[in-house]
Design a protein around this ligand. Structure first.
Ligand code: TYD
Ligand code: MG
Length: 451
């Protein structure tokens, strides 16, 4: 028989220790350890294995669950990010800044599924049913087949959901629900952890697909929903550009599909609309005539996207001129400015330099280096880049231009967007509709672009 064991437990994150210490070693909070007596029945280390009920064992071959079980939301960009649709029994986290559109997306998906005859339970912990009804009105959603659970106690909500037996449960938001028996502030790490664990158990035992939304602040609150990432099957982050209506939904984890897949939406007066031609949305037709703009194509998830790098260089009155970037790392900006200075003779040492990427996208691949370098050169010289020409290539410290991965798909996308030529590394195979202008060195690329 196991003995009761005394110890201390952190009221914020649940960390346990036998001896008292002043600070929780897990979450780092001070004075949060409280004495407790571990229930002998729940003790892990001391429990006698003879008392445990044997775990359920199944043969792998006998496990049901085929690819066809997946159900699409019929929102194209959402399905793309999910890897084709929602998998029964999966648990997903949809994170993003407050106001980015998480609740809107969830309600639109709920409406599509309900229209296809699926049952959806929507736990509205943040808003009253009246507020949800108002949003549904704006979205043109009738509401048939969607049951609202207005409850912030997760146990009570799951009890209600059990009787509804839905195909999809939406928890909006994970920060607004609390678990009984956990003494911690609402939305605190201990509450989030427990709510995540209970939802995981609910999703797996009832085989109900479950989505939870979570607010992630720009500062990236460490103790926020991110601590649930390891236990969920799918993590989606909703990002918006600082201004403008474009929204990007990115899968950073997906046990049923490709990670880094990106869905592109536009926030309209009637909710989120899938953007069918993202490249067109990212290219700023008027900006192309101005100096400092260069176009490239990146691979986001499984598709190529054309986008534009915009740079501005103006004489600085500061002893240390400013370097500001959004959508690309400042370190990359410094590196390419150094290459331009040493290898091309274009010096921005007494200029403030700003570089941005269109549409709120973030450049993740060095394949965009050449476009950034050319945009910077164009800004420093204040001469526009030749129209209809795009750039592909990684730039080495020596100034040499290196080939990129999947050049054919990038070139095809640029051709589709009406570009007549692309400056790229030698031996890049051209595709129909676009010429390749081979260059070995960034100096040659700048000379061609600003001819
Ligand atoms: P919401 O889905 O409530 O954001 P979140 O759940 O991520 O906090 O979206 C709120 C924003 O979206 C708000 O600023 C209003 C805007 N919006 C529209 O522009 N059009 C619409 O049809 C809807 C429903 C919201
Ligand atoms: Mg919301």
């Amino acid at each position: 028989m196991a003995r009761a064991q005394k110890g201390y437990r952190c009221r914020e994150c649940g960390w346990e220790t036998v001896g008292y210490v002043g600070r929780c070693q897990l979450c780092g909070e001070w004075n949060v350890l409280e004495p407790y007596v571990r229930n002998p029945g729940r003790s892990t280390a001391a429990a006698s294995t003879a008392e445990a009920t044997p775990a359920r064992v199944v043969e792998l071959a006998d496990v049901a669950g085929a690819e066809e079980d997946r159900f699409p939301t019929t929102i194209d960009e959402f399905d793309r990010v999910l890897g084709g649709g929602i998998v029964p029994g999966s648990l997903a986290l949809v994170g993003g800044d407050p106001g980015v559109g998480k609740s809107t997306l969830m309600l639109q998906a709920a409406a599509r599924l309900a229209a296809a005859g699926r049952r959806v339970a929507y736990l509205c912990g943040e808003e009253s049913p009246r507020q949800v009804r108002l949003r549904a009105g704006r979205l043109g959603v009738g509401g048939d087949g969607i049951s609202l659970i207005a409850e912030t106690s997760l146990d009570a909500a799951l009890e209600a959901a059990r009787s509804l037996d839905p195909d999809l449960l939406i928890v909006d938001s994970i920060q607004s629900v609390y678990c009984e028996g956990i003494e911690s502030r609402l939305g605190g790490p201990a509450q989030l952890g427990e709510a995540g664990a209970r939802l995981l158990s609910w999703a797996k035992t009832t085989e109900t697909a479950t989505f939870m939304t979570g607010h992630v602040t720009k500062s990236g609150e460490v103790a926020g929903p991110r601590l649930l990432e390891h236990l969920v099957d799918v993590v989606l982050y909703f990002e918006g550009a600082e201004h403008g209506a474009l929204r990007l939904l990115r899968a950073t984890k997906n046990r049923f599909g490709a990670t880094d897949e990106v869905g592109v939406f536009e926030m309209t007066g009637a909710g989120l609309a899938s953007v069918e031609n993202p490249s067109a949305a990212f290219l700023d037709q008027e900006a192309e005539q101005a100096s400092g703009c260069a176009v490239t194509a990146v691979i986001e998830g499984s598709r190529p996207l054309a986008l534009e790098v915009q740079a501005l260089a103006v004489s600085s009155s500061l002893a240390t001129p400013r370097r500001v970037s959004s959508g690309l790392e400042t370190a990359r900006l410094h590196l390419l400015l150094a290459v331009l200075s040493r290898r091309v003779g274009l010096n921005a040492g007494d200029m403030d330099v700003v570089a941005t990427v269109s549409g709120g996208l973030r450049l993740r691949e060095p394949a965009a280096d050449l476009a950034v370098a050319v945009a910077l050169a164009s800004a420093i010289r204040d001469r526009p880049v030749e129209q209809g020409v795009a750039f592909l290539g990684e730039v080495a410290l020596s100034g040499s231009v290196r080939p990129v991965g999947q050049p054919g798909r990038r070139l095809a996308e640029l051709a589709r967007m009406g570009f007549r030529a692309c400056v790229a590394a030698p031996n890049t195979q051209p595709v129909e509709g676009i010429e390749v202008w081979p260059v070995r060195h960034v100096r040659d690329a700048v000379a061609m672009a600003l001819a």
